[in-house]
Design a protein around this ligand. Sequence first.
Ligand code: FES
Ligand SMILES: [Fe+2]
Length: 423
Amino acid sequence: MITTAEKQTLDALIATRQAEHSLPGRFYRDELVFRADLEAIWQREWLFAGHSCEVARSGDYFTWQVGDDPLIITRDEQGELHALFNVCRHRGTLLCESPAGQQRRFVCPYHQWTYAPDGSLVSCRGMHDVDRASLGLLRAQLRELSGLIFVSLAERPPPFTEAAERLLPMLAAQGLERARVAQQIDYEVQANWKLVWENNRECYHCNVNHPQYIRANFDHYNEDDTTAAIRQQIEQAVQQHQTRAVESGVAITHRESGMTLFPDPDAGLWYSANRTPLVDGFVSESMDGRQVAPLMGDYTNPEVGTLRMRTVPNFWNHSSCDHSVSTRLLAAGPRRTLIRVTWLVDREAVVGRDYQLERLLPFWQLTSEQDWKLCERAQRGIESSRYRPGPYSRYKEYNVDRFVRWYLHRLSAGCTETRVPRS
Ligand code: FES
Ligand SMILES: [Fe+2]
């Protein structure tokens, strides 16, 4: 727990941030800041854990870790999802080590206390006098939203209902709850989690670093380099989309150049979703712009642009008519972020018959890996004694500034709340 003296150190550090400049180096490498990030943000906010299709059947589970807290997502015999602390209630041993699988029971390897997928303790070998009902696995809050599983470790997590109401109409047509995982790639990126977000919140770097991405999208054109011709292309793409898109819930919501504004540090908004047009000739974020898998969800027509969503502190997703790509971040150290990229397709789609991984993966695999390299290079430079915070572009890095302000606000508020003694 962050002490009063440490909170003072953090407040002093926060005060050194120069407006519209990158953060002082300690934010990206300091052990104290990392502990404060975990306490104020990762243990409080809604975190994206994974997809409900990863635990489609009763008994399916996967494990993951938030800071020092190992967790299991399970589906019980009634089909209910649970977020359980992966910690035996006998003497605390890590209960399940596998990344994912199918289990009717979780048996602790130490003394064989045995738990059902809903977390209840079903047997504790030879200990007849314990109150089993009070020794179930401890649980975190879980909400499922259109096939996306969000978990909060907080006792009183931020409100979820409003997020669900706002996101659901945007997500519904994509049918993520009727998807399957086509591929999952795990990365260990040697960079602070905030650098990964800062990279994600601007497309200033896209022209040079993401040749495949800029062919499909308009968001690297910012206010200062959007020519009349580009404006016309965007308008045309929107018009074509509105004429061809026959389904409901697929209207383009972002029709300007540049990225949609997110996050909102003043309103504290932690989620957003929007639909953007693709460049003419592209119906999917694929290397050649063509469809790479069968249509997903309610779509009857590939002209749906891209649905994009993101939730701080750990999730973003780009969905085309035929596939969806989720990115989950887990802060694993001051200089280390674990990233999982998951490709989803319709659950009826069969690999080799309906889609080929060689066509499905490259667009986002390349884009992701190009980004991770940049983040690692940024980290290496920031480690230098001669790193100095540099200025953000108002035209191209407005969202980086928004992210940093959201972060500092949460950091400051989160650590303060922690020091209020709990009744
Ligand atoms: S620690 Fe798990 S059964 Fe003893
Ligand atoms: Fe990028």
